[in-house]
Design a protein around this ligand. Structure first.
Ligand code: SAH
Ligand code: F3S
Length: 491
């Protein structure tokens, strides 16, 4: 049986796409190889959102191409955003690539590999499925972890001036709500407790099958109104067995009254929202074409927190955007404090091809960008640290995702606000996928330490025999944005 290996760079969309590639290849009779060097087919699922990520990919391709000189039978596939962005040009830039595959062409992977096996020259397949969008599912992941991603839309209709995603992922396409509900129901049936809905601007969702009733609070005259809140309500009503529902990443423009109502009404929605803001300066927000002002952002997230005071907010921020002055950056720092983000991904601006911001000089020196990023993280760590410290001594409900560090006998999981919690005092108990009550004993820098409560210990089931092995880790390279963890980091 032919063997394959997939290495993933970049965001959750890519992690999700890699899961789909696993599924498509397994169905076609391939088996996974832990070691890419022992694989017949090596897939690099790539990211192009920042230049650094793209460079990492090219050096990895170079390394594999060298290996391939001695093992010419190995098939090298470059998938994901760099594939979509560069297409045919990649073949010229790097020797040894056999297949360039766009994110919408994953279902064709086995057929294209067959063609290559028959001696086809290097192939490029990077066509958007605009007429009949396909949303692949991966029910097989359900048996491995209690959390899963479900794609509800792909592409992006925004034109944030720094961002290459609209170019690499194409225009917005939405998945019918019945299909989304069916996938979630299937996952829950198979043991998944928490689902994260995925999309580039996940809350601009509209049901192409027009099967959703208008949600409470939805105004027909609001240009930012979508059917996202109605979708959340449908999922909550039709999959009552789902314990937690998250989504990422929303755009602040679509944080409309109907979505606020849904958060207030639906107990299944986690008390954490990741809401990218990018900058705290109106001048820079305008140049970024974000289409909201600082005051609008603050008002919108403010009304969310007013309704749900225990809700945590996290965000994405870019430092060193063209023309960003010290005053603009100071405005970003003051926004971070004003909103009280408990996590953030910070990025140094990186000029990308095909983006409107290319016309602006990338004029903040690299050293200045690094310095601003460090100052941003300092504020963010301070806010997160103070928040975690406040939780010491409290009781929290944790969804246990898997075994903690090897040899510690601990489990780890997250609260609904997304704090990472390491749970001790559970020797011999099987907690995977359980929502358990814990008492927080200590705050670490980015996580919490806890003891299982007496009640939870009494109710837990024992481990079948040997301690459960941690779930297999996907091979994720580079700067993966691992959102469901209280984010502090980035590059
Ligand atoms: N809507 C997407 C955003 C994709 S890009 C989502 O679901 O996450 C992720 C983040 O990368 C953005 O929010 C932005 O903060 C950062 N980013 C995008 N383009 C960038 C660039 N050219 N330079 C630096 N950071 C960038
Ligand atoms: Fe990128 Fe802005 Fe869309 S950050 S993904 S263009 S919302």
């Amino acid at each position: 049986m032919p063997r394959y290996a997939i290495t993933t760079f970049g965001c959750q969309m890519n992690v999700h796409d890699s899961e789909r590639m696993h599924e498509v290849l397994r169905r076609a009779g391939y088996t996974e190889s832990e070691d890419p060097k022992a694989a017949d087919v090596v897939v690099l699922n790539t990211c192009s959102v920042r230049e650094k990520a793209e460079q990492k990919l090219l050096s990895e391709v170079g390394r594999l191409a060298k290996w391939k000189q001695k093992h010419p039978e190995m098939v090298l596939v470059v998938a994901g955003c760099v594939a979509q962005q560069e297409g045919e040009r990649l073949l010229g830039r790097s020797q040894g690539i056999d297949l360039v595959l766009g994110p919408d062409n994953i279902p064709e992977l086995p057929r294209l590999l067959d063609d290559i096996g028959l001696g086809a020259p290097p192939l490029v397949r990077t066509v958007f499925d605009l007429e009949a969008p396909r949303f692949l599912t991966a029910l097989s992941v359900a048996s491995k972890t209690p959390t899963a991603y479900v794609t509800i839309m792909k592409g992006c209709n925004e034109r944030c001036s720094f961002c290459i995603v609209p170019y690499t992922r194409g225009p917005e396409r939405y998945r019918p709500s019945a299909e989304i509900v069916a996938e979630i129901a299937g996952l829950v049936e198979a043991g998944v407790r928490e689902v994260t809905l995925l999309g580039q601007t996940v809350n601009s969702y509209r049901d192409p099958s027009e099967a959703l009733p208008r949600a409470p609070g939805a105004s027909p005259d609001d240009p930012d109104e979508s059917e996202f809140a109605a979708l959340l309500r449908r999922i909550a009503a039709e999959v009552p067995g789902l314990a937690r529902l998250r989504y990422t990443s929303p755009h602040p423009r679509h944080l409309t009254p109907s979505l606020l109502e849904a958060h207030a009404d639906l107990g299944v929605l986690a008390r954490h929202v990741h809401m990218p803001v990018q900058s705290g300066s109106d001048r820079i927000l305008k140049r970024m074409i974000r289409r909201y002002t600082r005051a609008e952002y603050v008002a919108r997230v403010g009304s969310l927190v007013a309704r749900l005071p225990d809700l945590s907010l996290s965000t994405d921020i870019i430092v060193g955007f063209p023309g960003e002055t010290e005053d603009d950056f100071a405005a970003t720092l003051s926004l971070v404090r004003e909103v009280g983000f408990r996590g953030l991904f910070g990025f140094k601006y990186s000029q990308r091809p095909y983006t409107p911001a290319r016309k602006l000089a990338d004029d903040v020196p690299e050293a200045e960008k690094s310095e601003r990023l460090a100052r941003l993280f300092e504020v963010s760590e301070e806010l997160l640290g103070a928040h975690l410290q406040k939780l010491v001594g409290s009781r929290q409900r944790v969804l246990v995702e898997g075994a903690g560090k090897e040899g510690t006998n601990a489990w780890s999981g997250r609260t609904e606000r997304n704090e990472i919690v390491h749970v001790a005092g559970a020797e011999g108990l099987d907690l995977r996928g359980e929502i358990v009550e814990v008492v927080i004993t200590r705050a670490n820098k980015h996580s919490l330490q806890a003891e299982l409560s007496e009640e939870a210990r009494a109710a837990a089931k024992p481990l079948p025999s040997a301690p459960a092995a941690p779930p297999p880790k996907p091979r994720v390279a580079g700067e993966r944005r691992s959102l469901p963890i209280v984010p502090v980091g980035g590059g």
